[in-house]
Structures are given as C-alpha cells and as structure tokens.
Design a protein around this ligand. Structure first.
Ligand code: ADP
Ligand code: MG
Length: 350
C-alpha cells in the first residue's frame, strides 16, 4: 500500500507487558510516501519509537522529490547550472552510496532515472507510455552520476548534477538508508529489540521479548494476499522489489515502476520479485532493485563475485517461470509456502 490519499494519521499504541509496565511501543505514520510502522521492545521503547518517527520525518524533508525545499529538489532544480548546492551530510552519504550501487551493479541501479520515471508518469497522477524517440532523448540524462563533495564536518557537503534536465530519484535506496539511520537512533535508547517496517523494507534488531528469532514473510508476487516463504532474520534489513508493487495498464499491457536503465522501459528480466537481505539496509534496498533489473543469472553472479556490498547480501529471486532461488545464507529456518501455488525452490551456494 503506497500512502497517498489514505487518511491514517498518527496512531500510537503502547502495549503493556505482563508485569504491567510499558515494555513495547508501536507507532505508525506516513513518511517518504509510504506507511511506516515502528515497534520497539524495552524500557525506553516509547521514546525510542517516537525518536525514530522524528528521524524519518527529517529524512523525508531532505529527500522528498515533491517538497520544493528538500535537498533532492534543490539539487535537481540546480542541474546544469554549474553551481553546487549545500546539502545535509546525510544527503551526501545517500548520494555517495547510490553512486557506489550504480557502479557495482554495472548500471542496473541508477539514481538519476527521474526524468524517465516522469516520462512514464510514475511521479504524477497520470500514467502514459512514452514513445521510443522520447526515451532515446532522455537516456543521455541518466549517464552521469551526481557529483558529491564533503569537506569534513566544518566544510559541509555539496552536490551537483552536471547536465541540465538531470534529476535524482532516490526511491530505490532512501528507505534502506533511512532504516540504517533509524538503527543509529535506537542505539541511543535502552531497547532490547525492534522491528521497523518502512514501507515494506523490514529491519529487525535485537531480540523479540520471548527470545525467539524474528520471522519475516515474503509475499507471493502473483497474489500479494498470500505468502511465498518465511525467512528467519537476525539483525538486518529485508527489502523486496517487485513488478507488482506499482504499475499501470495500457492497451492490455502492464507497465511497472522498476525501469531498466539500458532502455528506459520497465525491466523485463524474467523475475517477478527480488528480496534482498543484508546487515546493511542501504544495500538491501538498492540491490533488491538492481537484482530485479539484472535478472536471475546476473543477480546470482553478482551475489557470488561482487565486491564488499554483494558479500553482505542474501537473495530470494522469484522467477516468472515459478522457480525460486534462495541463497545459502537464508537456508536456515527457511520455510517455503509456495508448493501449492505452483512454485518450486532451490538453495543456491556461493
Ligand atoms: P519500492 O517501490 O518498494 O521502493 P524499489 O526499492 O525497488 O521499490 O524502488 C523502486 C523505485 O526506484 C521506483 O519507484 C523509482 O523511483 C526508482 N527506480 C526505478 N528504476 C530504478 C533503477 N533502475 N535504479 C534505481 N532506481 C530506480
Ligand atoms: Mg530498492
């Protein structure tokens, strides 16, 4: 469920433990264009959950494409002007890591797809299918990555887009980076465990009150009411990218929101969804999107041979043919629920 138009407001539930003390707290709110739910266990659970909410609102204000005064909007507005804009240090880190993901994924992840996303109408209300020439004209804008420079704590951080018309869309990495920053916030409180659901990017840390490991469900991309499998997750983030998440139909064809930077069209890689798990939320988010674009074979190659970030990853790849690949790091505690729905799975080794 993407947040727009749904009136939920703020809901704050303080669950009471058996001893009558407030031992866990949950807050739900909209930020970064999605519904977020933060559950924190421990003596300072309530305070910690609200601090995470405040942090998510701060990041939303920095990274939103719809708020004119956000760092990302100011960066985009200055594209091609020859002058860099001052941005928050956290925006600098976000952009640097997006650039790393772009390089490491061989361009499957691309943080400057915004002009192409706009052409498909994914940013506004009105979807459309752009013509081949229109896409050809936009693709050159996606070939140079943002320039970022940090002069240390006192000098601040500056960023720039070199070509006029370029624009950053951090939609595939921002929630993952937000999860990492949320974990940093939680570290300042006395908490025993937490589950953060940032629009489907699930992050867990610490322990559940009963000491059992956290279990995270992966949806059946063919029917999101049902589960495909359940993963056992220690500390880390689980992020899913799928063609079913956001799409529109025109003349009987379905067009989804994850674009192949090679041609600017919805990625047709033979995958229905990719779930990426990593101790690093930023990488889980960025590489779930990148691996969806790559397809099963390249994604598994990347998992086997990629650099540092790839080494932190574990994947569940769901093919259009019903084949599910689960990388070895997820084998323990893996529970498959896909047999009756026509799926088969195999564990893949490094
Ligand atoms: P979610 O919609 O759950 O955030 P993703 O993390 O996969 O799913 O991010 C998809 C979003 O990323 C798109 O809505 C768009 O904003 C952006 N995007 C689309 N294609 C790419 C790509 N190839 N590389 C990076 N970002 C992309
Ligand atoms: Mg992503």
């Amino acid at each position: 469920m993407k947040g727009r138009g749904v009136a939920l407001g703020l809901l704050c539930v303080v669950l009471t433990g058996c001893a009558g003390t407030a031992e866990s707290a949950q807050v739900q709110f909209f930020a970064m264009d999605t519904l977020m739910s933060v559950t924190v266990y421990g003596r300072q659970g309530g305070q910690a959950a609200r601090a995470v909410q405040a942090e998510m609102n701060r990041l939303d204000a920095l990274w939103s494409r719809t708020r004119e005064d956000s760092d990302i909007s100011r960066l985009n507005a200055g594209a091609g002007s020859g002058t860099a804009v001052e941005v928050d240090a956290d925006t600098g880190v976000l952009l640097e890591r997006a650039n790393t993901a772009a390089r490491e994924s061989g361009g499957a992840f691309n943080p400057v797809m915004a002009p192409v996303m706009d052409a498909w109408g994914f940013t506004g209300e009105e979807h459309r299918v752009p013509g081949g020439e229109e896409l050809e004209a936009l693709l050159p804008l996606t070939l140079t990555l943002p320039w970022v420079a940090s002069d240390g704590e006192e000098g601040g951080t500056r960023a720039a887009l070199t070509q006029a018309g370029q624009a950053v869309d951090a939609g595939a990495i921002a929630k993952g980076r937000a999860a990492d920053l949320a974990r940093e916030v939680l570290a300042d409180y006395t908490v025993t465990g937490a589950i953060l659901d940032l629009g489907g990017n699930i992050t867990v840390l610490g322990e559940k009150p009963d000491g059992a490991p956290f279990r995270v469900a992966v949806k059946d991309p063919g029917n999101t009411e049902e589960l495909l499998c359940v993963l056992t997750l220690e500390e880390g983030t689980c992020s899913t990218s799928g063609g079913y998440e956001r799409y529109f139909e025109a003349d009987g064809v379905r067009y989804h929101h994850i674009l192949d930077p090679a041609d600017g069209c919805p990625a047709e890689s033979g995958l229905r969804s990719v779930t990426a798990v990593s101790t690093d939320g930023t990488w889980a988010d960025a590489y779930s999107t990148a691996c969806f674009v790559m397809g099963a074979e390249k994604a598994l190659d990347f998992w086997r041979t990629g650099t540092e970030a790839a080494q932190t990853l574990e994947l569940v790849l769901v093919g259009e043919d019903g084949r599910v690949y689960v990388t070895e790091g997820l084998a323990e505690g893996f529970e498959f629920r896909g047999e009756e729905k026509g799926y088969t799975y195999e564990i893949v080794y490094r």
